[in-house]
Design a protein. Sequence first.
Length: 356
Amino acid sequence: MMSRQAFLCGLGSLYLSLLFVFLLMDVYARPANNSALKEKPADSKDENEILPPDHLNGVKMEMDGHLNKEFHQEVFLGKEMEEFEEDSEPRKNRKKLMVIFSKVDINNDKKISAKEMQRWIMEKTDEHFQEAVEENKMHFRAVDPDGDGHVSWDEYKIKFLASKGFNEKEIAEKIKNNEELKIDEETQEVLDNLKDRWYQADNPPPDLLLNEEEFLSFLHPEHSRGMLKFMVKEIIRDLDQDGDKKLTLSEFISLPVGTVENQQAQDIDDDWVKDRRKEFEEVIDANHDGIVTMEELEEYMDPMNEYNALNEANQMIAVADENQNHHLELEEILKYSEYFTGSKLMDYARNVHEEF
């Protein structure tokens, strides 16, 4: 009679054999890629190395005009934001938050003022800047194959198309011989937009060659005043319905356009409109005339604007300042930890004095 152990081992072997057969069937059942220029799809990491990111850390608005929902956490945690995302244990997160509090509280009076918070926000924003600079060095090397310190539009175009799954050698040969590239409409539209952005990043005198600094502006427009202006123009172009190059409140809250199918979606839309209305009226529209100009939006988007940092500090304090003393105590930050870090630590705030 077969033993229980032998029977289980036999089942395991049978399972692995069947799994291998199914995997082979899946591979051969996949549709063939008929494009003459296409290879296997590029993995997302390679593509992200050379594409301007949709999300810019420490910038209040996304490239598509949406508000950055993680902005408060980015300017409060800096690079430590990833640690809070990865480590979900409340007690450890609480200790980290207590350490951050002590760093922000530079005069050690056990409370954080608006000036202290402003200084901290500027410091964390600069961290994001430096992180982008370091990443850019690696990304620039990836698109500068001959290592001459400059990248031409054609060099970038080849690398971009390769990241989208096209055969790099064949694309390079066709571009060299001025042959037509068979590119789908969506990819061509992205290329056209990138080329406009490339022109903007190319400092005078224009030569369509980007050095490392210009390439940084191309990937991260927040590092360049000229590119910041270009990003603002793009956002206003997308939201401006009457073509006057200004934004009214109705224009600012009209995105996204879509059909609401149920009450849950309606609630989400309502919250979205509420957030945008508040940001427009209280922050972006600096002179409160009901109109946002390019200049106002540019000041709002500039992550190194000290006035904006102070304004943000006051807003962050107002959210958690329960005793209305215009400062933040540790208990208040712990209670409103989800706003500052994305982690809920309220249940652990009551015994804070035992550990701090």
